[in-house]
Design a protein around this ligand. Structure first.
Ligand SMILES: Nc1nc2c(c(=O)[nH]1)N[C@H]1C(S)=C(S)[C@@H](COP(=O)(O)O)O[C@H]1N2
Ligand SMILES: [Mo]
Length: 421
């Protein structure tokens, strides 16, 4: 909270020490001290002419933000060509993930596809097999929607107990983007799906040729063939020039560099829906076709990569929540490991199958905290504890871990990934 002086130009000496003290300061803002050169002295940037408008034709963040980076986990990344990096959730606010920070998951590296040579084909149980150029796709009526994409393996390393120290690593296999694209149903209608056509198989143009089966109901509901993210062309990492958007469903189905859609009467049982992206249960049976992402949330600040550095007093706690089944009308927060829960303040737009932002503003007494958040989605589903999840799913799983995350904060404000039961 800064004091605004109107009309008079305060001289150095006319500032009152502690001008803010009686002003109902919320979070402090230091009392003015004439010793602080950052406010009383000229800074270098007051004294030179900056770059001109021709210097940065495509803008990048300030050099002081260089630590805001996607990062991988070395022990997970034996080979970066088929690996994953993570979105720095603790550095972001609002609900949109900037394009350069969207986590990446590739099975065969980043394909550099020439849009002029790229084609999308629809074949199989259709009246008219079709091949679209990018220009063809851009002449269909297009729509804009904000959706999260979460890899089903997000938080997968946490099944056995607290592992990774930072929400970037425990929860960063997610991004939330505004997509511009064509509803898949319009393209399927153009090809004319035969009555027996109950499934589609979607396939990528990268060297992995990654493919998945999707039921026709979903294909005709809200799937999109997207070519823009947050207003600009998709990034190569995210499937340039065109990717499939499967709102609310696991990230693996969102085929990048999509080149073919085959219509069939049954699922294909591809590698990514049999050997992978299935969940082995304690009785030896496996769950399969677990497409929807269950409601989940995480506190992004404070967190292990974002400790409290200001000492006791007013503290802003914030985080994100999402559900593959709808919106997030409510998130609860606890400071004491689940003894007392209080509703957080939701802020920002609430879109279907999108990330939501929550805040919890509190006065920290400087004592240790056990922070947790718990999401409620628009279907009434409540995010479970990790113990509740393990009681049903056992400990063989990798995928679909949406259990409640705990951060232990000590007297110094340092946060650590822990589990409590
Ligand atoms: N063609 C293709 N599509 C793909 C993949 C891939 O390796 N090749 N990876 C999938 C997986 S497992 C996930 S989680 C998402 C990741 O999307 P992102 O890189 O935009 O974060 O893309 C999916 N689509
Ligand atoms: Mo994934």
């Amino acid at each position: 909270m800064s004091k605004i002086f109107k009309g008079t130009k305060p001289s150095r000496r006319s500032f009152l020490r502690g001008a803010l003290a009686g002003g109902g300061a919320l979070a402090g803002g230091a009392a003015w001290a004439d010793a602080d050169p950052a406010i009383v002295e000229k800074q270098p940037w007051n004294q030179y002419l900056g770059d001109g408008v021709d210097a940065r034709p495509y803008g990048v963040p300030s050099k002081f933000e260089e630590h805001v980076r996607r990062q991988d986990v070395p022990w997970l990344t034996a080979d970066p060509i088929s690996s994953v990096n993570f979105t720095p959730l603790h550095e972001l606010d609002g609900i949109i993930t900037p394009n350069g920070l969207c986590f990446e998951r590739h099975h065969a590296g980043i394909a550099e596809v020439d849009p002029a040579q790229h084609r999308l084909m629809i074949n199989g149980l259709v009246d008219r097999p079709l091949v679209f150029t990018m220009q063809d796709l851009m002449r269909f009526p297009r729509e804009n929607h904000v959706y999260f994409l979460e890899c089903a393996a997000n938080s997968g390393m946490e099944w056995a107990g607290a592992q990774l120290n930072g929400c970037q690593f425990t929860h960063g296999m997610i991004h939330n983007v505004m997509y511009t694209g064509v509803p898949l149903r319009l393209l399927l209608a153009e090809a004319g799906v035969k009555t027996e056509g109950k499934w589609i198989m979607v396939e990528g143009a990268d060297a992995s040729g990654m493919n998945r089966s999707i039921p026709m109901e979903k294909a005709l509901d809200d799937c999109m063939i997207a070519f823009k993210m947050n207003g600009e062309a998709l990034r190569p990492e995210q499937g340039y020039p065109v990717r499939l958007v499967v709102p609310g469903w696991e990230g693996n189905m969102w085929v990048k560099w999509i080149r073919r859609i085959e219509v069939g009467d049954k699922p294909w049982h591809a590698r990514e829906e049999t050997s992978k992206y299935t969940d082995l249960l304690p009785d030896g049976q496996a769950r399969r076709f677990t497409w929807e992402m269950d409601a989940k949330s995480v506190i992004t600040n404070p967190s292990p990569q974002a400790p409290i550095t200001h000492g006791p007093g007013h503290t802003v706690l914030t985080g994100v929540a999402w559900s593959g089944r709808g919106t997030i009308p409510r998130v609860d927060v606890t400071l004491d490991g689940g003894i007392n829960w209080q509703p957080a303040r939701m802020s920002g737009p609430s879109f279907d199958k999108s990330m939501h932002r929550f805040y919890f503003d509190f006065d920290w007494d400087g004592k240790p905290l056990l922070l947790q958040s718990r999401a409620h989605d628009s279907t009434g589903y409540v995010q479970p504890t990790k113990d509740q999840l393990r009681a049903i799913r056992g400990e063989n799983s990798i995928y679909h871990n949406n259990g409640i995350q705990t951060w232990a904060v000590n007297e110094q404000g340092v946060a650590e990934n822990v589990e409590i039961s």
